[in-house]
Design a protein around this ligand. Sequence first.
Ligand code: X8Z
Ligand code: ZN
Length: 682
Amino acid sequence: MNSRHLLLSFVLGVGVLSLPACKKPASPDQATDATQATAPGEDADAFVARINAEYRAMYPELSSAQWLSSTYINDDSERLAAKAQERWLTTLNGWIEQARAFEGQPMSADSARALVLLKQMTSMPAPRDPARLSELTRIATRMEGTYGKGTYCTGEGQARQCRQLGQLEDVLRASRDYDTQLDAWQGWHSIAGPMRPDYARFVELVNEGARELGYADTGAMWRSGYDMPADAFAAETDRLWHQVQPLYEQLHCYARDKLQQAYGVERGQVDGGLLPAHLMGNMWQQDWGNLWDMLQPYRGAGSLDITGALERQYQRDLGAALYRRGPGASAKARFEAEREAQAQVARQMTGRAEDFYVSLGMPKLPASYWQRTQFIKPLERDVVCHASAWDIDMAGDVRTKMCIKPNEEDFTTIYHELGHVYYYLAYNGQPPLFQNGANDGFHEAIGDTIVLAMTPQYLESIGLVQGQVQSQQALINAQMRMALAKVAFLPFGLMIDRWRWGVFDGSIAPDRYNRAWWELKARYQGVAPATPRGEEFFDPGAKYHVPGNTPYTRYFLSHVLQFQFYKSLCEAAGHTGPLYECTFYGDAAAGQKFREMLAKGASQPWQATLEELTGSPQIDGGAVLEYFAPLQEWLQQQNEGRTCGWQAAAAAPAAADPAPGSAPTRAPAPAPSEPPKAAAQG
Ligand code: X8Z
Ligand code: ZN
């Protein structure tokens, strides 16, 4: 079957709503009436075998529907995706209902685990009522489409200019003009306002579904997916955050000082010592790597200009594409050459990432991956550019969907996405109900573990950077580069679901959506908007995972777990020096250990999988701190004499209740009026 035929069959057969790596698998089959009672005489083991088979059979249709609606947004793909999702969630509810008959019955340990996992197969629990279930899938599909289509237009007539997320992100990446960045930041956030009523209704509907499954609300359901009591899980996330919080506060303090140097004392912060949201080089302030020009500790010490190297690669590709078109190429030919070069550099970047996995003994990506993947943003149709990785059929049809540009952030995101793909390929031998991460944080941590192994030495060995020398200054630069991505992320990884947990449990009502969002941004990240953001806005909707309904605590877990994975693989590779110097590129022993872990999928509690890999069943921030020890010491010296910390209350007046979404089990949030902390002494 050639790719055109395949594409046609997708178009004819599909629906929406993603279950890429960011999502949960989902899908039922045409021949299945899962609302029926269990088959006569069927025991629990036979029931599990049947739903595994039915799930496998129906899965490709749903994933194809979702793939189409994410890569070809229009009313028709939206309708088909919503319908496919509707069939799937109806089937899933039927299975869960049928499974009740087996409670307390004899069954294998695997079947018992499969039945526990069954209740966690979607992050979008649907009401049993068919009309409301259908309404839910339509809202969910529409919200994701609204995000994907999001466009900010300014000016009139000839001066009219419309930009989508990618172009607005380019502004934050490259511009250092205060007002230009503010306009791009506000512009993107303007696309989310219309989602507000949809989101409020969405919350009502999923909560109804969650309650019918026996959970207090959707947040409680999400917290129940970790092989431990939901409350214990929430407490775990607090514990981990408190382990790494001092490191974040040092980085925050350092960054604020640099911002004030660049933009002035007044404009470089928001009242109370908060970082202005639009100046952090990233739409959501989750990765500060684009501020390298401002935050680089030692100019020129071990150049790690990956973006520059990738841009040069693009220019070479473009030169070759133009050369092929001969002298005097028309504007159209030039445009085509540019597209060709963009696609080529995206494939080259992906090839580099694949090479790392292959060096660990993993297979090359299948030919179908290269044919069906979306590498760059297509022309003349809307797509969801947010990166994702897809297992279309549990049988080798794996893909990624990105809008790749030649820069460092996208380069490391490719490694991240291939981590999902290699997880899929490794656990495809498991029964479908076990084809998942040990927990969702594991799934997110695979590719990032590889990113940690992209040391300056590795980058030089693949020819991306030159002239690496070992020096204290080069070390601090390399650590800062990693910290701007990994440490800056930590509080963001936590705050999104702190907000959603509160929304789902009702402690954040719709009339406080935005206010609570900014309170949490202030409390955890020490970030604030430069201009008031009242309830006429819906700023959470400007972050993909909110309209996309992707749980987010997984990324927080991943940012701790990946350091543990990295440390273990370094040990397997025989590394004995400081942790941050290790790369396991090309190491067979590390590769085998990694593959064995991936192949387990969700077949056992994640604690067992973690113990097999690392020797301990506990998630722990110790490896993060060990890795960044030199930087933390350096930051403490830099910050000496500065007043670090921030006053969350200054930016967003505290609500009357203690903390949005703060049930007793959750983070006892520092009092919003907490005074600035003194700089830690180095
Ligand atoms: O959404 C993602 C991946 C797909 S699972 C690109 N990430 C989070 C984000 O972009 O917000 C990776 C890091 C955090
Ligand atoms: Zn991911």
